[in-house]
Design a protein. Sequence first.
Length: 425
Amino acid sequence: MAQPGKHHFTPPFSLHLVDHPRFVFPSVHHLIGWFSIISDTSTQSVMEIDPEGPSCRRGHSGTIIAEPAADIERFNVPSPERIRLIEQLGEVLGQKLLPPAFWAALQVCQLSCIESMVQVARENPFFVSFFADHCNFIPLLWKQATTQATASSATSSTTDEWPSPAKIARRGRAKNPKYKARERDKNMCALTKRVPIDVAHIYPHCLISSPDDQRTPNFWKALRGFWPPEQIQAWERKIFQDPTSPTKASDSCSNQICLNKQIHALWGEGRIVFRPLDYHDDMKKLDIELYWQPDQGHKFNDRIPITKLPVSSEGVEKVTRSDGAIYTEIIVDGKYIRSGHVFTLETPNPETHPLPSKELLMMQWNLTRVLALSGAADADELNGDDYDDDVGCSQPGPRQVSDWLACQQIPSSPASSSSSTGVRS
């Protein structure tokens, strides 16, 4: 009988069946569906808080594990506990080299999820290894859905171009999230207070409005391998808000932020990332930190050691592309903005013009770092044409991400959790 508080895994088949003549190689869909179920059930026991202290928890073995210090990991410097778990996972898998996308996700994911992977890998290393080889679509899809350069002029405006409130009302745009975001941010960059601006989406507009749902069949399921169910559900609640159509994504003012063109382009390419802090008591202000994301010295299609340590972002005030090209610095009030700089977002009315969602900013904080750390930011051969951030995805070419994703497209799993949505009808 299973002991209370522990989860015993029953894999769909044993490893020795791989050599059986009738063995059918599992699809990406089946693997991710199975792995997400394991993550859901195992993380719950791992996340139990230990009475010895609020910053500790008990692992599967009963040992007390301290949570990482945020001041260390916010600069992409892994905590000693993360290093130990990643080394342990590498030993169990018996692999020296793994894809950068999987390595990048390990640098930012919940520690309890790495521990779950170690436990699964002890029983069936094949499944975790296979999962690792099929995580590339996470940063690729996130990048495909964000602007690769400054958005087209249709999304930008200057103060002189801004229509009067009367014109907005006459055009029936008063309830448009894009215009609410402009009103909230006073038609200026929310960070620098300068113009011209783009209205940028936090959770990409392409993933909300694209008519081609085949691009994201396993996106949310794959995330469940790296973050616990309660975290995924917090993100989903901000995107799938229609109770009559729970799988339909929706947009809102809280999913948008006004940025100048330079910052928007840097953000869309994964060169900078925002870390949300806390709302002020009146919900009229939200502090966020900006972090540069240095080049990691590998390419997206490389194989790298699982124990490789990321390049720290501490003290960084500019970054270079993999070919050595230097990106323009961000200067505010004559000072260069370094990693960790705090900006304060503001709204005159949190009820009618809510601030950017802390939950969605946290999702962006995690996934944009995966994009940057994996090297996908420089995977230009996989990019589509530039497109308007407020229009939708560009049509794919023969070598684009959507073609790669189409090869992985399989109908939704009946075994997947009903609480996890993401494949829109």
